[in-house]
Design a protein around this ligand. Structure first.
Ligand code: BES
Ligand code: MN
Ligand code: MN
Length: 457
């Protein structure tokens, strides 16, 4: 493995060129107009993984976007690592806020700027190149499988069925994922937890048609005003969520564990500065890291209705809408929370409006144990390449399929993410530092080596 740095040095331009080719295909999973791009990306990955040394690779159709599956089996008696990632990306709007075109990647100030540069094309591609290195230098210590999906950003609606249908093919000892972040460039960390998600859409209807706001204003309920009042009541003055039973299944983390978590470096001043906010906000009694890692939250993701065009139009709209998501912690169930939300939202609606609540998607949180061979293998890998021990961190983000992998495949995941908070994933000017890209490629082979050695014991 001591040759990995040289291998990267000799091939670094080619690695970057190849990643750029992957990024150039605009694989936005939520937009129908990109349907063909999803196939193109899956096929492109298949070709790349075969070139890197896989025995076989296939693009599998699903009810939605295809899954690329590949494998290299060197000896059925050896452990098998299943690498999971997603080739789909988020939409790019607002386009005018990008400093360069989202699907024309370029390097500026040592960072790759493009949609998918980090989430997740840049991160999954590190695995393809680490695999290539291990094969080309004859150091692959175990079997490897790749499952790269195209629907993560829309809630992986078809991957569960794919796993059920292909349980035998996907058989593995551990699932390795790079789709999260680390504390800082020089502070490696391992994601030890993810939050779950319940995502709702609400529709509030007032009068049966838009009304003149002079002829009716003050006499008929305005659904936008009502929606705002309803949303406002979903959290109280302590920023607790007011939905009855919302916290019912939340596991209170012990003081000892909280003290342990608080050891992870976090600079509130730098956090505020990076976001240009003068104060943070959150549930009373908890720190910012705790708000993200161990507490559930509720946020409006979008709200619309009425007139938003140029100039003024005097109108009381017939309808108002909002998309509301709740981030959940382990042991909260997303279906149950969706039902509690719907019941509550209907109950608080005043008689002057009708409401309709729809659950869009959801998924469960995940806690990754730190006393497993895979955790130890990851820990030692980071310690080798960064020269310091990684810190376990519970992330606020979600990858709902990870909990389902455990249910369906019976296999735990290890989350070795290399992204930074400044990568602006899902936002304009998404980027991924070259340092993180190459450091990921360097670190992954050590995970494989350590894992196989630890499993042998
Ligand atoms: N890679 C992210 C999740 C992530 C990022 C977790 C950084 C931890 C740190 C993933 O692609 C994502 O965006 N997930 C969605 C969930 C999905 C159901 C749309 C999310 O968290 O909003
Ligand atoms: Mn992702
Ligand atoms: Mn994402």
């Amino acid at each position: 493995m001591d040759t990995v740095k040289n291998y990267i040095e000799e091939n670094k331009q080619r690695f970057l060129d190849e990643l750029f080719d992957l990024i150039r295909i605009p694989s936005i999973s939520s937009e129908d107009s990109h349907k063909d791009d999803m196939y193109k990306t899956a096929e492109h990955l298949k070709a790349g993984i075969l070139a890197a040394g896989a025995d076989k690779a296939n693009v599998y159709d699903t009810a939605g976007h295809p899954v690329m599956y590949a494998e290299k089996i060197i000896n059925p008696d050896l452990p098998t690592v299943l690498v999971y990632g997603h080739y789909d990306v988020q939409p790019v709007d607002p386009l005018e806020l990008w400093d360069s075109k989202p699907f024309e990647p370029e390097v500026r100030d040592g960072k790759i700027y493009a949609r998918g540069a980090d989430d997740d094309k840049g991160q999954l591609f590190m695995h393809v190149k680490a695999f290539e290195y291990m094969i080309k230098t004859d150091q692959l210590p175990c079997n490897v499988k790749f499952m790269i999906e195209g629907e993560e950003e829309i809630g992986s609606p078809n991957l569960k069925q794919f796993c059920i249908d292909n349980k035998e093919m996907l058989k593995s000892d551990v699932i390795l994922v790079s789709d999260t972040g680390m504390i800082a460039k020089d502070i490696p960390s391992i994601t030890a937890g993810l939050r779950g998600l319940a995502y709702m859409e609400v529709e509030v209807t007032g009068p049966n048609r838009d009304l003149h706001s002079g002829l009716y204003g003050g006499a008929v309920a305005n659904p936008i005003n009502i929606l705002c009042e309803m949303i406002n009541s979903l959290t109280d003055e302590n920023n607790h969520v007011t939905i009855p039973e919302f916290y019912g299944d939340v596991i209170e983390v012990s003081d000892e564990e909280r003290a342990e978590m608080a050891k992870a470096p976090f600079c509130l001043e730098a956090y505020k500065k990076a976001l240009d906010i003068s104060e943070v906000h959150g549930e009373a009694g908890y720190t910012t890291s705790e708000h993200l890692g161990i507490r559930p939250s509720l946020d409006v993701n979008g709200i619309w209705g009425g007139y938003t065009g140029e100039g003024a139009k005097t109108v009381i709209p017939s309808k108002a809408y909002a998309k509301i998501s709740m981030r959940l912690v382990p042991n909260q169930n997303s279906d149950k929370i969706s039902e509690l939300f719907a019941k509550h939202f209907e109950a608080i609606a005043p008689k002057c409006v009708k409401v309709k609540v729809t659950a869009l998607h959801g998924g469960e949180g995940y806690v990754s144990p730190t006393d497993t061979p895979e955790y130890q293998a990851a820990h030692n890998a980071y310690a080798t390449t960064f020269g310091k021990a990684p810190i376990p961190v519970r992330s606020g983000g979600s990858i709902p399929i990870i909990a389902e992998f455990e249910q369906i495949l019976g296999v735990k995941s290890i989350l070795m993410g290399f992204g930074l908070e400044s990568d602006a994933i899902h936002a304009p000017n998404e980027n991924y530092p070259l340092f993180n890209f190459y450091k990921g490629i360097e670190t992954i082979p050590y995970f494989f080596k350590n894992y196989v050695e630890l499993k042998r014991k």
